[in-house]
Design a protein around this ligand. Structure first.
Ligand SMILES: C[S@@+](CC[C@H](N)C(=O)[O-])C[C@H]1O[C@@H](n2cnc3c(N)ncnc32)[C@H](O)[C@@H]1O
Length: 297
């Protein structure tokens, strides 16, 4: 079996792959959209073919149909390892620390209000589509700094849940090692507080902060099954860009159900247009797209 695999790979070349027919393209489009939500438009057809081809070469498969069958076989859940690898190749994992500062300022104001509320003794934060960890660690750093300054650090129990569909990106998030140049958006004083040198030109998040962030695989197309409730903050940015409008609405409605009354949902600016939800009120902050779950509905 191993020898066959090796021979298959040896005789494999991208140029020998038969061009994808329109019918096959539509089948792949539909499969990817139903399982992981992502829309692959005509303009991304060659991107799809190239990435499928590269993955097929790794697997020693010679035609699109065989790979298709392999993906739909069995339970076919998008959480299965092969889906994770494929989605990893097809999605953009671009991210950075404190990527959209106005959204982090909005989050900081919510945290400040929560700390002032002396009835509160816990804060649960969720970074949805967390990629390689920069977003959840930014949320964690900001919260820790505010708690330290408040004098309530010992009273408030908190944690960040960081989820993504891609297993390789989650592994990088857990490892928490970043090139120094990628940490430039972190204020210098925070960089000293929360990072340690790790080899040449690399920094690692300190263990105490890493322990506050729990990474888990969650496909946002399967949120009904995700065992998360009573979130104070749901932070979901730059994930829904490739999703059709009706899917975005469905996903965001599920996220609302995961929020505790009074909690906030912070989306990427322009990611939801003309959208309202009966259980939410818009946070009055012109530079961000954030909503608060009403206390009683
Ligand atoms: C562009 S990154 C955004 C990272 C971060 N939220 C930010 O704004 O910097 C998009 C992330 O969404 C993840 N993603 C794409 N489809 C997903 C799905 N169906 N379920 C969960 N995560 C998904 C990708 O793996 C990727 O890590």
């Amino acid at each position: 079996m191993l020898i066959n695999d090796a021979m298959n790979k040896e005789h494999w070349s991208l140029s020998s792959l038969r061009p994808m027919t329109d019918e096959e393209f539509h089948l792949w489009q539909a499969l990817i959209e139903t399982r992981v939500g992502m829309t692959v438009g005509e303009s991304r057809r060659s991107f799809l073919c190239t990435n499928l081809g590269v993955r097929m070469r790794e697997l020693g498969l010679h035609d699109y149909d065989t790979y298709y069958e392999r993906l739909v076989q069995g339970a076919g859940a998008a959480s299965e390892p092969e889906w994770s690898v494929l989605v990893d190749r097809l999605t953009v994992q671009e991210t950075s620390f404190f990527r959209h500062q106005p959204s982090f300022d909005c989050y900081g104001r919510f945290v400040a209000d929560s700390i002032r509320d002396h009835r509160r003794n816990q804060l649960n934060i969720w970074s949805v589509g967390c990629s390689t960890g920069e977003e959840p660690y930014s949320l964690a750093m900001q919260l820790q700094v505010q708690l330290d300054a408040s004098g309530r650090a010992q009273e408030i129990f908190w944690g960040i849940t960081a989820t993504d569909i891609s297993l390789p990106t989650l592994a990088k998030g857990r490892e928490a090692i970043y090139p120094v140049r990628r940490t430039e958006q972190v204020p210098e004083i925070w960089r000293k507080k929360f990072f340690l040198p790790c080899g040449k030109d690399r920094l690692q998040i300190i263990p105490e902060l890493r322990a506050k962030v729990c990474f888990a695989q969650v496909n946002i197309m399967e949120l009904a099954k995700a065992p998360f409730f009573d979130m104070d903050v749901v932070f979901c940015q730059n994930v829904l860009i490739y999703f059709k409008r009706f899917r975005k609405r469905d996903i965001v409605s599920h996220l609302v159900q995961k929020l505790t009354p009074g909690g906030i949902l912070i989306l990427g600016v322009n990611e939801m247009v003309d959208w309202q939800h009966p259980e939410l009120e818009r946070v009055r902050d012109p530079g961000v797209l954030a909503f608060r779950r009403r206390l009683s509905t």
